[in-house]
Design a protein around this ligand. Structure first.
Ligand code: NDP
Ligand code: MG
Length: 385
């Protein structure tokens, strides 16, 4: 039986990963980690019986420990605990489905321990891709994409040897709920408006990121690292219904695409069983009903996050960390109703403009840049209000 550890098991990707595992019945879960949702985590523990469970919040971890005292499971907490979950001895694959760049240290620790990574946590690759990709080579571990677009690209390049044959990656985007609006029309958007994605049901942070197009910006950088292509080789194509999950144009002009219904269980299952394809229950595409698939150019003027992401990724060094950290901070403030919707991208830009780029930052420098970016925005926000 394949053994896996799931970081972020109570979230959107985490719970769907557990569904895939339940449907297949031949994977053993050896570790689970969550932030604070101990009610759901306890249910998961009782069902899959991992050896180890981690809760970020120390008090909640103590509570969970008392609640599962009848079971043979070790309960740990904090970053040390998250790293223990990422490196649980018997796990072969670690599903990184925590949200945000908090995933960097556990991902690196898992790779150092020789585990393959089923990567959902794109923030890790965006901020530390220059550390992660060489480490994967050195440790001979695989990074299997879970993000639907990157899984699509990965599926399209099966059988292709070397990135030299990829001419261009065509990264599809739904355009989010505010496609077609001007910035002026986006002024009064509230969290409840932005939390309605037209095609996908996802965690809160990524849903906001999809609406601002920050998510697509992060995904351009993610594709750059995963597939060893330059930022310029990634072109965003808006395809509002999310039927085409992404495409690859090869050197000879041939374009391969992966299509399907919007269901994250497909990329999750593909990553867990790669290179095997298994039956997956669920809706199938009916092309007679679909009729048309439309495509558009992205709106760079009204969604400045895209150009900011391209600038961050092309400059590289510590700038992608600033882009990402500023966004994580701004999105949490927006969800707490402390800043306006348009302030999210304004804050990203302000943080990027004042930053002095560090080339090839170490893990410590990445984490320092994150802290500095948040401090700057906290002060700036105080000064503005
Ligand atoms: P959710 O918000 O739904 O879930 C996040 C998970 O991380 C929860 O289990 C949460 O625990 C846990 N978590 C949060 N903070 C910590 C912490 N400090 N320590 C341990 N666990 C923590 O997010 P999603 O599942 O939507 O997204 C997860 C990642 O996958 C993100 O990086 C996202 O960009 C990426 N992704 C998601 C897609 C989707 O369809 N949802 C698609 C493509 C990529 P708790 O519940 O206790 O708070
Ligand atoms: Mg995606």
């Amino acid at each position: 039986m394949k053994k896996i550890s799931i970081l972020g098991s109570t979230g959107s990707i985490g719970t769907q990963t557990l569904e895939v595992i339940e449907n297949n019945g031949d994977i053993q879960v050896t570790a689970l980690a969550a932030g604070s949702n101990i009610a759901l985590l306890e249910k998961q523990i009782r069902k899959v019986r991992p050896r180890l469970a981690c809760v970020w919040d120390e008090e909640k971890a103590a509570e969970l420990k008392a609640n599962v005292a009848d079971l043979d499971v070790k309960v740990v907490s904090g970053m040390d605990g998250l790293i223990q979950a990422a490196t649980e001895e018997s796990a072969e694959i670690v599903v990184t489905a925590v949200v945000g760049m908090i995933g960097i240290r556990p991902t690196i620790a898992a790779m150092e321990a020789g585990k393959d990574i089923a990567l959902a946590n794109k923030e890790t690759l965006v901020t530390a891709g220059h550390l992660i990709m060489p480490l994967a080579k050195e440790k001979n571990v695989r990074i299997l994409p879970v993000d639907s677009e990157h899984s699509a690209i990965f599926q399209c390049i099966q059988g292709v040897r070397g990135s030299g044959q990829i001419h261009k990656i065509l990264l599809t985007a739904s355009g989010g709920p505010f496609r077609g609006l001007t910035r002026e029309q986006m002024k009064d958007i509230r969290p409840e408006d932005a939390l309605k994605h037209p095609n996908w049901t996802m965690g809160r942070k990524i849903t906001i990121d999809s609406s601002t197009m920050v998510n697509k910006g992060l995904e351009i950088m993610e594709a750059h690292w995963l597939f060893d292509v330059s930022m310029d080789q990634v072109q965003v194509v808006v395809q509002p219904k999310s039927i085409i999950h992404s495409m690859v144009e090869f050197e000879d002009g041939a374009v391969m695409a992966q299509l399907g219904t919007p269901d994250m269980k497909l990329p999750i299952q593909y990553a867990l069983y790669y290179p095997e394809r298994r039956y997956l229950p669920g809706e199938r595409l009916d092309f007679w009903k679909i009729g048309q698939i439309t495509m558009e150019e992205p709106d760079f003027d009204n969604f400045p996050a895209l150009s900011l992401a391209c600038e961050a990724g092309t400059t590289g060094g510590s700038l992608p960390t600033v882009f990402n950290a500023a966004n994580e901070y701004a999105v949490s403030r927006f969800l707490d109703r402390k800043i306006s919707y348009l302030a999210i991208t304004d804050m990203i830009e302000a943080a990027m403009r004042r930053h002095k780029v560090i080339e090839n930052p170490s893990l410590e420098q990445i984490l320092e840049t994150e802290a500095e970016t948040c401090d700057f925005l906290k002060n700036q926000y105080r000064a503005d209000s």
